[in-house]
Design a protein around this ligand. Structure first.
Ligand SMILES: C[S@@+](CC[C@H](N)C(=O)[O-])C[C@H]1O[C@@H](n2cnc3c(N)ncnc32)[C@H](O)[C@@H]1O
Length: 317
């Protein structure tokens, strides 16, 4: 297809192996959340987004539907639109007609999933050049040379920023600021602080999709790293840590067990956990201040009437 290019800046499976060995070597064992997303993990995440308890995508979509025209009037049309962690690109579809970007650069760590998303988009929007880049956005945001010059808008929905610790979030926003340049803008969806009841329900959906997504990490370790780790020996645990202002997700060992990888061996006690994800929540004033420290000035922000989720538009300064 003419209006689509693919670029692979992908980290190798070696870095997954290294991350697992590093993570299991720590006193408090942890594995970074970016490793959730093999093809099955990406599909499970799409299922999470359909669960009624998991309010962020439902609320964010409604906001984007309502605000697309308003946002386009503030950004103008014809920008190069970049989306790190584009996934199935469901949300950007709500903006494309209004924003009329000069090109779209979806980025994702899961290359197969990215390719199918890019193909679908190019079919649905024949006027839109798509330059798909397989990247790890925690390291860099390389823009393919084929993307046109011109002002850039980076779209980062889904409160994915919440997966970073606040210090790392500031570093990431500085990287975004460099990537979009002086005329650049940032449109970002961020989850708000709210009742623990709602937060805990959101990450413990009744259909068990978040649990399956979390446990998929063990399937991935078994499949790709040839580890003898049975997901049935672990359980999903997610809770709001109000002091830190974050949801924490863990895989808890049901009993004492040993995990072996690449000649290393690690013992897990019963009840010991692998910390797999944080999801920080921000009050608007906290988030605007964080972005301002990375070179972004607020243009506007919007929330639903219950204050469940916020969308911010920033410009570089
Ligand atoms: C939580 S989903 C969000 C998808 C979409 N942006 C949305 O809001 O619905 C995260 C997406 O980011 C990708 N992802 C996660 N960590 C990443 C990383 N470090 N680099 C690139 N992509 C990543 C995953 O593969 C997944 O498709």
């Amino acid at each position: 297809m003419e209006n689509i290019t693919y670029h692979n800046y992908q980290p190798t499976t070696l870095s997954f192996r290294d991350a697992v060995i590093n993570g299991l070597s720590r006193d408090s064992k942890s594995i970074p959340p970016k490793f959730f997303y093999d093809e099955r993990g990406s599909k499970l995440f799409a299922k999470i987004c359909e669960q009624p308890e998991y309010y962020p995508p439902l609320v964010e979509r409604k906001l984007l539907e309502r605000l697309a025209g308003k946002i386009a009037s503030l950004t103008g049309t014809g920008r190069v639109l970049i989306e790190p962690g584009a996934g199935n690109a469901a949300k950007v579809r709500l903006l494309l007609d209004a924003l009329q970007p000069a090109a779209f650069v979806p980025m994702d760590i899961s290359f197969d999933y990215l390719k199918s998303t890019a193909r679908e988009l190019a079919g649905e929007y024949p006027w839109l050049p798509v330059h798909a880049a397989c990247v790890d956005y925690t390291h860099s945001l390389p823009i393919p040379q084929q993307a046109p010059e011109g002002p850039r808008l980076l779209f980062f929905p889904g409160s994915s920023l919440g997966n970073f610790d606040p210090g790392e979030a500031g570093d990431f926003l500085s990287l975004v600021r460099n990537t979009v340049g002086d005329n650049g803008m940032l449109l970002i969806g961020v989850d708000t602080k709210k009742s623990e009841l709602l937060l805990n329900a959101a990450y413990n959906d009744a259909a068990g999709m978040t649990a399956a997504f979390n446990l998929n990490l063990l399937h991935r370790m078994r499949k790709e790293l040839d580890m003898d780790c049975n997901p049935e020996n672990f359980e999903h645990r997610a809770f709001y840590n109000s002091e830190a202002g974050r949801i924490e997700m863990h895989l808890v060992s049901k009993h004492k067990q040993e995990l072996r990888v690449n000649g290393h061996s690690f013992n897990l006690e019963a009840g010991e956990s692998l910390h797999t994800e944080n999801s920080y929540k921000y009050a608007p004033e906290e988030f605007i201040s964080l972005a301002s420290n990375s070179g972004f000035k607020e243009v506007s922000h919007w929330m639903d009437s219950d204050g469940l989720f916020a969308i911010y538009l920033f410009e570089a300064f």
